[in-house]
Design a protein around this ligand. Sequence first.
Ligand code: APR
Ligand code: PHB
Length: 388
Amino acid sequence: MRCQVAIIGGGPSGLLLSQLLHRAGIDTVVLERQSRDYVLSRIRAGVLEWGTVEMLREAGVGARMDAEGFPHDGTYLACRNEGFRIDFKDLVGKQVMVYGQTEVTRDLYEARDQMDGKVIHGVEGVVIHGADTDAPHVTYTLDGTEHRLDCDWVAGCDGFHGVSRQTIPDTVLKEFKRVYPFGWLGILSETKPVSEELIYAQHSRGFALCSMRNAHLSRYYVQVPLTDKVEQWSDDAFWDELKRRIPAEAAESIETGPSIEKSIAPLRSFVAEPMKWGRLFLVGDAAHIVPPTGAKGLNLAVSDVHYLYHALVQAYQGDDHGVTHYSEQALARVWKSERFSWSMTGLLHRFPDRGDFEARMQEAELDYLQHSRVAQMSLAENYVGLPY
Ligand code: APR
Ligand code: PHB
């Protein structure tokens, strides 16, 4: 088979890139290891930067998001069970959109179907050949048969555990890591969200987050030691701990109920450089991971897709500037989002190895944030999304 751009990975970044390129007349094939149902069964975050909202609309997949998503003008931060609001709309004139990543991925699959986009599920043993030549190709096995896909470019949208990053020689690739000494225990519950907007709570017992999917589906998280197991946490224990950490009035009014999903996720920051090697590009989680505290995971994948989509359209019009500089351009925004996610994590979590002085530093920074419009503007500008 032959296509112009071979895309490894049928998650949100691979599907969005495929959809945008198809609409620009560039044909792609998406190779996905898992089934569609499996990809859609992953529970992921749901806060979209406004740049992401506009990219999804540009790709023709904005209708259900605009109909069912919740634009938020602000968010709450809390310290010592007292909350204060960061008003994005007033501070930087922008909003975010609360709409689950699973729904974004579902909309992208439907849009691919409507355009007869080529998404092949259940592929195994994907190998990228000749990425450092002018004629790369990809081989894979499907139902026991070996297949070869010739292409001009390869987009590695295969996540942290994919083959794309591993294709770049160790002599070229440099990795930057930070693993945090705690995780997030999250639950999904068919209960009314406790607040109209998200609540990010710093507390001496650890971080907590109140989020939502819709008016009847809530998502809550509490910071737990990495050694904790989900089995150790009954629903009651979860709700009791959450209430201890969030603003008092929220704790009094929160609707509790059985969890329909419960899991613990580790927190880490990770960046791989460069994000381009020959005719292979890394996109999304294949190149970088952020701790979820800044709600940047999906948004950073869309940011990479923004740069690569425009670069490839220009390349097929004879202008190689974008593809040549993709790695620097994408990484410049990646590092700023990594910094924001790292600083939010440092501000709002309890670090077991930190003493009283550091705890006071956190509280002083939250106090400064509560009373400084300038500090709030900086946080708001980063949260709603820095310009591309
Ligand atoms: N061959 C084919 N497909 C693969 C391979 C492989 N060797 N390895 C991984 N994949 C597929 C995975 O099954 C997954 O569906 O690549 C896809 C990668 O999707 P994601 O991990 O969702 O990564 P990305 O599309 O970059 O989306 C980033 O996902 O993890 C969240 O917080 C993250 O929100 C961010 C978003
Ligand atoms: C979520 O809704 O799951 C969510 C929201 C914001 C975050 C992280 C997760 O920062």
